[in-house]
Structures are given as C-alpha cells and as structure tokens.
Write a protein that binds this ligand. Structure first.
Ligand code: PSU
Ligand code: MN
Length: 299
C-alpha cells in the first residue's frame, strides 16, 4: 500500500471484501460549483451511491495524504474553503509536500483511485482540447491520463466549452476507448448529443468485460464511458453554444488561461444562464454516479 494513501474504514472494508466501490472527484466540488450548492451536491452524490449499495470514495489531498473516502466534516472543509489547490498529475508532489488542501481533477482522481484499487469513477465531464488549442496548446492532462491509468470514467462526454472533435481525435491518438452508453453520438455535457459518432455499448456488463480484456492484455489504459444526460434535463447544443461563446470572450478579454480557465468558464456560464447550467450540471453528474454504481456492481 502506498504510504501517501489514507483510505477510510468504510472504503477499506468494502475493498477487502470485494464489495462495489466508486471514486468521486473533488475539483468539481471546489472549483466546478459554487458554495453552498457544492456541498449539497457532494453529499447527495455519496447518498445516491449508498442507496445503490455502493460505497462512495470521494478523493482529495489533505495534511500530506491522499484521502480516499471523506467524512462529512472533511467534505464541508473542502467545499467551504477558498484556498484549495486544483491538483492534476503534475501537482501531487507539491501539494503533498506542503500539506496543503488539494482537490483532484479527473486525471489525479484516476491516479489515486488506481493506487487504491478502485476501478470505476464518476464525474461530470472530462477536460479536453480547448477551443483555439492550435494557438494556446491548452489540452487537459485528463486525456493523456487515460492512456496510462486503468480506470473506467463515467462522464457526460467532455465539457461543451471544449473543442469536441479535437478532443475525440486526441483520445484516439492516445489509444483511449470511448464508448457511448446506449448512444451512437458523443454527448456534449449540458446537451445529450453532439453530431460526433462514437462506438456504442448497450450494457454495464459489456464495459466490465472490455475492461478485463484490456487489462489482461496489459494495455493499462482507462476507458471513457460517455453517458448522455436525459433529454428532459438537457440544454440544447445550439442554445448552450451561444452562452459558451460569450464566456469564452470574457475569458479572452481578461487574459484567463491555464488551470484557471475551466473553472472561470463554468462559473461564467452559471451567471449567463442564471443558474440553469448549474442545475443541468448537477443532474448529469447524478446520472453518471448512478451508471458508475451499476458498472461497479457488474464486476
Ligand atoms: N466536470 C465538471 N466540472 C468540473 C470538472 C469536470 O462537471 O469542474 C473539472 C474536472 O476535475 C476536470 C477539470 O478534470 O475540470 C479539467 O480541468 P482542465 O481543463 O484545467 O484540465
Ligand atoms: Mn488546461
């Protein structure tokens, strides 16, 4: 067991007894949603998993440890603090050594989940290739992580603020399998569909079988399961795209780049849509947690 890991007792027991466990990330709480909605969401996601008979393991960095599974107090601390670092692969050493609080992105949560032996992880939407990346080179470290860390990530595709065709191309380059759960089209986060074709799978068991086959081959890659939000709750792509363009212009004029860009865009879009993007974001994460639980159980 890695000396930096601190697995809480519920999660440890479940892993030892081969009971289903799912990982949850913390950047979505600290940087992806405003306080106090974020704490309600964090707690509710854990409850959804528990109700499904699955042990949730929210992951973050605290006191020089990688925490796998948080108490309510720890969740509150994470959600309520202003001074939380956004931790991707490159940031582990710095935040662990300084014993600061860090929220894990998709890439970092995959690394931590894999160290703990957790195979399935639910999030909102992964990072990807930003629009204008041909000039900025801004490509999320999430994508490359999938080429080297064998974790199944359930997400509503990639965030719609991104360049989705380039994101799919990059995933292909990295050898990352992307499967649409009961859909042929890549979901666009707030919207159930984009016009981009992906491979379709029908069942949870299929995903577990694919994971096992890849693993036995020694490929060591992650799998992206793209799970569309129900049409009932979606914001149609054309409508969302207008809002995104406004948010992108604001980021550009303020010179916001790098790790600050994604949180800035998400927060601006919440303002522009007067909160409706936040509601949609919450619904789609809940939907992903439910599917992740079913996949974890099918192992
Ligand atoms: N999905 C959400 N909200 C978020 C994120 C994903 O619904 O805040 C976070 C994830 O942690 C993801 C990160 O890994 O945004 C991507 O950031 P960047 O583009 O800087 O790599
Ligand atoms: Mn980036």
């Amino acid at each position: 067991m890695n000396a930096f890991l601190e697995i809480n007792s519920k999660v440890k027991q479940a892993l030892e007894n081969r009971k289903p466990v799912i990982a949850l990330e913390s950047t979505i709480i600290s940087h992806g949603m405003p306080y106090p909605e974020n704490i309600q969401v964090a707690k509710n996601l854990e409850k959804i998993a528990e109700d499904a008979g699955v042990v949730p393991a929210t992951i973050c960095l605290m006191n020089g440890k990688i925490k796998i599974g948080l108490s309510d107090d720890e969740l509150e601390l994470l959600a309520g603090s202003k001074d939380v670092a956004k931790v991707s692969r490159r940031d582990f050493g710095r935040i662990l050594a300084s014993k600061k609080m860090g929220a894990t992105t998709v890439a970092a949560t995959m690394i931590a989940a894999n160290l703990a032996g957790i195979k399935v992880f639910a999030t909102g939407g992964i990072g990807g290739v930003h629009r204008g990346a041909e000039d900025s080179f801004d490509i999320s470290a999430d994508l490359q992580e999938f080429s080297q860390t064998p974790v199944i990530v359930v997400s509503a595709g990639a965030k719609a603020i991104l360049d989705l065709p380039k994101t799919l191309e990059m995933l292909e380059t990295y050898g990352v399998p992307v499967y649409g759960f009961q859909t042929d089209l890549f979901p666009a986060f707030y919207s159930a569909e984009s016009n981009l074709q992906i491979d379709r799978i029908e069942s949870e068991k299929e995903i577990a079988d694919i994971y096992n086959a890849n693993f036995k081959l020694g490929l060591n890659n992650g799998i992206l399961v793209a799970n569309p939000i129900s049409k009932k709750y979606e914001i149609p792509f054309e409508e969302m795209d207008e809002h995104i363009k406004i948010a992108l212009k604001r980021a550009n004029s303020k010179g916001i780049t790098g790790r600050k860009l994604t949180p800035f865009l998400l927060a601006e879009i919440v303002k522009i849509t007067k909160g409706s993007s936040l509601e949609t974001n919450i619904k789609l994460v809940e939907n992903n947690v439910k599917l992740a639980c079913r996949i974890a159980k099918s192992f």
